[in-house]
Structures are given as structure tokens and as C-alpha cells.
Design a protein around this ligand. Sequence first.
Ligand code: ZN
Length: 234
Amino acid sequence: MRHLGENFQTNHHYSDSLYLYYHAVKTYTLEEFNDYFNVLKERCPSAAACLAHEVGSEKWSWAYFIGNRFNVITSNIVESLNTILRDEREYPVAAILNSIAHKFREIFRKRYAEVDKSKTIFVPVAEAILRENMTEEDKLYVNNINGSTNEFTVLGYGCSAKVNLLRWLCSCIQYDLVKLTCAHAMAALRLTHEGEYNTSIYNYSSQIYSKESYLLSYLELICAVPLELEWSMT
Ligand SMILES: [Zn+2]
């Protein structure tokens, strides 16, 4: 996404309209996406054509993204590796591998310790999103659709959203993609899970964000490559 933005500036010379591109990237609904992208098309036709037809909107916009979006885990991994291993490029191969192992062991240790000492149910970044959604949820009003126990209309901020708790869907699309309860789903949960509202927020979110899942991912030991003399050649 950032590379496309840089390309937008360098090759198409539309720096003044770059904010439209980033807004189009980060909106969840097609309506909002079109609001930004239509202005972009008027101001920067060549860049917009390239983004829509050569790159493909599903590759860079959240609104067109297919599948689940767990951006807190996979964001920019190639760039990150490239940066932390810059000096190692000149080393002999065994030294490169050992250096990679050492750095990753250190990262795994730090991340494990950081999350292990937190008192929250989900990892801090997911907790922050949930807190933000909870603040928004406070001002919403919920309506049952035809008395259904799973489908609700949520009103507030001058617009409405449709939530399906059974299928973990919301017309705001944020819930569908990120799999963390959005403000609308939270409002529906407050109505249906009165006494267990706080727990239900976590139960209706993906457990991939749980502290346990995170700790499990960083539990593996990473070993350095032994000296060649110690290799077992069986
Ligand atoms: Zn929603």
C-alpha cells in the first residue's frame, strides 16, 4: 500500500491528491470508497486507471479486499526483514543464518514477555480497537429486525448498520474483515447478552487475537546453526 502511494507521487506526480488515495485505501464500505475514488479519478486520471485496472482494487483497498484482514500480524513483513537484516547481507552464509536466528530469538523473547505480562484477554493492539469501538457503541440505538435474535438494525451518527450476530457480519464491513466486534455488533450484544456483555465481545471476536494464541506463536525456540563439524550426516 505504501509502495503504491510512493509510486503515485513519483511516477504520476499527484502529491497533492495522495490523501485521497489513502482515504480510499482505508474505508471499509464501497460507498465511502467511491466517494474518494471518484474525486481521485477526476483529479488524477492516469493514476486512478492504473490503480483500478493494472493493480486491481482488491490488492490495495480494504473495501474490495477478499477474505479476512488480520493486518496487525502481517503488515509489511518483507520491508521489516529487509531493514533488520541490512548489515548481514555481506556476511558468509552460515553467519547470515546465525544472525537471523539470533535476531528472531530476541524478537520472539521480547514479544512473548511483553504480552505475557499484560493483564488483558486479547493482545494490546486488538484491545485498543475494541475500546475504541466500545466508546462509539455507547451512542448507538438498536432495533430488532422482525423480532429475530440474530439480526439487528443499529442506528446512530446519522446512519444505520445491519448486524447479523450468527454470521459475524455487519454492513459497515469492518466486522466481516477484521473479525473484531465493531461498534454495531457491540450494541447488538449489549441488547442480547446484558449480563455477559463484556465476555460476549471477546466470544464474538476471532480468537486469533487472544493472548494465548499470541503466546503460542512466540513459544517456539529458534536455534542457531551449529558448527559444520557438529553436523549429523545420516
Ligand atoms: Zn459494524
